[in-house]
Design a protein around this ligand. Sequence first.
Ligand code: FAD
Ligand code: NAD
Length: 153
Amino acid sequence: MEDRLFRTAMGKFATGVTVITTEVDGEVYGMTANAFMSVSMDPKLVLISVANKAKMLSWVQESGEYCVNILSQDQQEVSMQFAGQLREGIEVNFEDFEGQPAIADSIVTIPCKVYQTHEAGDHTLFVGEVQNIKLEDGEPLLYFEGGYKEFKA
Ligand code: FAD
Ligand code: NAD
């Protein structure tokens, strides 16, 4: 099957946008990801899928934890920053939450400990056990057909 057909089909599945953050030796790293889902209520588990070629893979393997930051519609630039899509980088504010680096003004922040790891083709799935949750008001940033979209209630 052609890669383009797969990408086009997967791009029809509208999602929110998250930035996955983690800290190793006092340095904070982030990566934009829309491959995120809720998995289990008891225990409370979520899932992210990280490309094996992404630097984030080794950072999460090393730290054993990651924080999911669900972005608001005012944070498109933050998404682009952590996808390496900005020519001139922007500074991002991090706040400590449960000992993990949370991105300020995200609508949801979910610090997780790695619970299970599964290799899946050219990606690695990290099931995370949710440590706590912080909620803020705001509309979500949406992603559809390879572009950012506005939320309309
Ligand atoms: P890098 O490419 O080095 O880092 C990514 C960017 O973040 C760089 O520009 C870097 O300067 C910046 N950055 C890192 N840390 C900081 C910091 N502390 N402060 C400020 N900037 C920082 N890939 C997946 O594997 N899974 C997905 O689910 C996924 N979903 C995506 C969804 C969308 C909407 C988009 C646009 C991309 C998605 N990607 C996904 C692709 C992924 O975001 C990029 O390939 C990304 O560049 C991979 O990052 P990296 O870990 O290799 O590190
Ligand atoms: P796109 O048309 O390449 O992607 C559309 C959809 O296809 C994405 O939303 C995702 O669901 C899927 N997809 C894309 N690349 C994938 C990959 N390597 N592995 C598994 N699924 C993938 O265009 P885009 O949405 O504008 O993506 C921009 C860049 O970000 C591309 O380089 C893309 O590869 C990368 N990206 C990667 C993933 C991922 O690894 N899961 C997800 C989204 C985007």
